[in-house]
Design a protein around this ligand. Sequence first.
Ligand SMILES: [Cu+2]
Length: 306
Amino acid sequence: MKIQKILNILTLLTGAIAVTVTSLWIGKQAYSWLPPQAAAESLLIDDLISFLVTLGAFIFLGVTSTLMYSVIFHRAVKDDFTDGPPIEGNIALEVVWTAIPILLVLWIAGYSYQVYEQMGIQGPSELVHLHNPLGMESAYAEAKDTPALAEPVEKIDVLAKQWVWVFHYPERDITSTELHLPSDRRIRLALKSQDVLHGFYIPAFRLKQDIIPNHAIDFEFTPIRPGKYSLTDSQYSGTYFATMQANVIVESPEDYQQWLAQTATQKPSLATNQAASEYAQTSNQSVQTGWVTVPPAAPPLVNSPG
Ligand SMILES: [Cu+2]
């Protein structure tokens, strides 16, 4: 009897260690499932995702391995149709399995909030303050003291409309349909929408922000990896919403300055606009659906049509 108990504890211990080690390994794999880490914020988000995957893997493996163990080693013998032992509640067990999930949820909430605070992305602060006057104010005040925000900031205006992104660089007063960004510089975007709700989403930066009409939303981040990424609209904004994509080019500050200077010498020209050309095509079609759609905004005049 004694030996049986020791064996049971050993089995449980071995199982728990195997599940923990496997979960930690799966959590490490999570990094490779995601796009390149092109902004400082993506490092924080990916750590959070890895943590959540580790936790999820631990619960999944813990539950399934217990189930498999019971099915394999505690099968009823053939022709045994008797009932199992009548177990009527267990206060200690119920307290434990209620307390553990509560603590886990609080841990996830605390960690997520901390990541959001560290990112210091600003967002629609005046709207957030309106709905949550106590919670957010201190977070923003604190974020202003972090060294990331004390760095020189590159300001760019982003205008979203049906269905095109237009970027304006106030420093040189130039516009483009491709978003150029210097790497390792704090970027501050002023997000504006001319018509409806749009969503600013760069998966490689792990950043997403709704753009609300009639509100300029400050949005901050730091690109860290030169390369070409894509910006997509994360909110359904009408018929040609799928065409609302733009290239994001992260380059060294020297290349960025060179691009600004070179673009400043170019006369504004009409940008190619997929939404406008698709709309023009449908009006030439012989079969008319009769469905009305919002006509796309006129293609913008930009210094760099991309
Ligand atoms: Cu849109």
